[in-house]
Design a protein around this ligand. Structure first.
Ligand code: NAX
Length: 328
């Protein structure tokens, strides 16, 4: 029997981000208290047993927003008729593994999942790739799903965006809610470009509030390296903050952003905006309304920004070239 509730599929649901994400999805934090959701958990066969425990815990929360939970190791079963697809599961870097090997191993996963999405997902589904390297994994899934609209696919840079907001709030002593129009450009990696040239803090230009030297010489690196700092301190990579950003991303995309004039950051398939090569999955400033995410165009850049935007684009081109064999 088909579920009549929105179906939310999560790959890698026995992992640490999955564990933080599922309970928030089940408790109405994606679509609100008035909407039940049906959860579809995807894992590799060896980890499906672990999902029994996760399912029991979900049941034991007695959420009135949770319609049902299904577990599977089959991507088509997981994604069939899904409205929201969170692609979190990915291969972590193993001992002695080069970056290129990691790209290849993940490209194999995401090309298979792209094909499964193409075969069975609703054409209106929204897909968010979290598993790293997120932008290039998204590119490969999207290219393997030619019957899906390219704008159905996105890669997560919302965590980087939220990290940027947190840094600015801390430095300026203002509330996160008073900061607007911060932007992450490019790749979810250390080459990403956190840009505050268009941002405001409590209505004032951000660069009139915080020191430009601090921004260029400390804050940029702090945001770019935040994931590594968390691994060093916690002994494990960001999980709860990543799950929180994933919910922010999907909720704003589906239901619209909270503040109409703000910018959010999303990795989207480039249509050449800002001179970025067509087809790359590049993080842009976006505005979400009416169920759509639209790239904000027409922003002017100084030489500092232009150079950083090109550096991160170049890395994305290199990643794409390393997995070209898996592009159709
Ligand atoms: P974990 O290793 O805890 O969990 C990953 C899970 O994915 C495992 O349970 C594994 O069995 C499963 N998996 C692997 N291959 C799969 C496949 N083919 N189908 C279904 N499931 C599969 O990692 P976790 O900490 O949860 O992180 C998941 C991914 O998110 C990693 O690639 C990580 O690098 C990435 N991140 C991305 C972020 C972003 O902002 N885009 C930030 C956080 C995080 O680093």
């Amino acid at each position: 029997m088909l579920s009549t509730y929105p179906k939310v599929a999560v790959s890698g649901s026995a992992g640490q981000i999955g564990y933080a994400l599922l309970f928030r999805l089940a408790s109405g934090q994606l679509l609100g208290d008035a909407c039940k959701v049906s959860l579809s958990l995807l894992e590799i066969p060896q980890a499906v047993g672990t999902l029994d425990g996760v399912q029991m815990e979900l049941q034991d929360c007695a959420f009135d927003t949770l319609a049902d939970v299904k577990k599977t190791a089959d991507a088509e079963t997981a994604f069939g008729d899904a409205d929201f697809i969170f692609l979190v599961g990915a291969r972590p870097r193993g001992p002695g593994m080069e970056r290129k090997d990691l790209l290849q191993a993940n490209a194999a996963i995401f090309s298979a999942q792209g094909k499964a999405i193409n075969a069975v997902a609703k054409r209106t589904a929204r897909i968010l790739v979290v598993g790293n390297p997120a932008n290039t994994n998204c590119l490969i899934a999207q290219q393997n799903a030619p019957d899906m609209p390219p704008e159905a696919f996105s890669a997560m840079t919302r965590l980087d965006h939220n990290r940027l907001l947190a840094q600015l709030a801390q430095q300026s002593g203002q509330a996160v809610a008073d900061i607007r129009r911060a932007i992450i450009w490019g790749n979810h990696s250390a080459t990403q470009y956190p840009d505050i040239h268009h941002a405001t803090i409590d209505g004032q230009a951000a660069l009139d509030v915080v020191d430009e030297d601090w921004y260029r010489n400390q804050m940029l690196a702090a945001v770019q390296q935040r994931g590594a700092a968390i691994i060093k301190a916690r002994g494990a990579s960001s999980a709860a903050s990543a799950a929180s950003a994933a919910i922010d991303h999907m909720r704003d995309w589906a239901l619209g952003q909270k503040v109409a004039e703000d910018y959010l950051s999303m990795g989207l398939v480039s249509n050449g905006e800002y001179g970025v090569q067509n087809g790359l999955v590049y993080s842009y400033p976006v505005q979400c309304a009416g169920g759509k995410a639209t790239v904000v165009e027409g922003l002017e850049h100084n030489d500092f920004s232009a150079e950083k935007m090109q550096t991160t684009e170049k890395e994305l081109q290199e990643e794409r070239d390393a997995i070209r064999n898996l592009l159709p």
